[in-house]
Design a protein around this ligand. Structure first.
Ligand code: FMN
Length: 181
């Protein structure tokens, strides 16, 4: 009998412990999913950046993630601070190291505006062509400006070449894992 009581006591203690662990796990899951709100921004001329941004958006959305997608032509710098605490930028470089035409207005404002981005974390994937002297200049300048405004890069700016379709998937996986998305 004494052994049975001991067994039940152990069993109940274990069960209580199990319930506690389950509560911790549920709480952790809730906290994690709340922290993975992501905004994806793209700047494009011929659609390459848009295509990559779209595919990341579709994947995160399909898995139930809290994600939004924005063409930089429609974004004001202040919105970077309010859209989501985690930001993915996929942008190309044109002309002689310039932003794509649609992203020029956004970057002009970001360069003169002192919006506080200290609550933001970001990652920048740049599309370019190493045959150009100003290789990926806009992606680099964007990353630098975001950092100057207080945003924290989760990794060094990535400067992809014409084989961007080969390099993007591993970048995307790493960034999604870091953001928990
Ligand atoms: C006229 C022209 C100018 C370009 N200028 C640059 C440049 O200065 N630096 C760079 O790294 N890539 C440059 N590129 C390459 C583009 O960034 C690259 O093709 C990119 O994949 C385009 O992506 P998008 O379709 O999202 O705009 C240039 C391409 C063209 C056609």
């Amino acid at each position: 009998m004494e052994r049975l009581v001991d067994f039940l006591a152990d069993f109940l203690a274990l069960d209580t412990c199990g319930a506690f662990v389950r509560l911790l796990l549920i709480n952790h899951k809730t906290t994690t999913s709340m922290s993975k709100k992501i905004a994806i921004y793209y700047g494009t001329m011929t659609g390459n950046s848009e295509g990559l941004a779209n595919s990341t958006f579709d994947k995160i959305k399909a898995e139930g993630g809290d994600v939004s997608l924005h063409n930089l032509v429609d974004v004001a710098p202040e919105e970077l601070a309010t859209n989501a605490p985690n930001a993915i930028f996929v942008v190309s470089t044109w002309g002689d190291g310039e932003p794509p035409a649609d992203a020029e207005g956004f970057f002009e404002k970001l360069s003169t505006n002192n919006v506080d981005l200290s609550a933001l974390k970001h990652a920048v994937f740049g599309l370019g062509d190493s045959n150009y002297e100003q290789f990926n200049k806009f992606a680099i300048a964007l990353d630098e400006r975001l950092i100057a405004l207080g945003s924290k890069p989760i990794k060094k700016v990535t400067t992809a070449d014409v084989d961007f379709e080969n390099t993007y998937p591993s970048w995307e996986s790493e960034v999604r894992a870091t953001f928990g998305a």
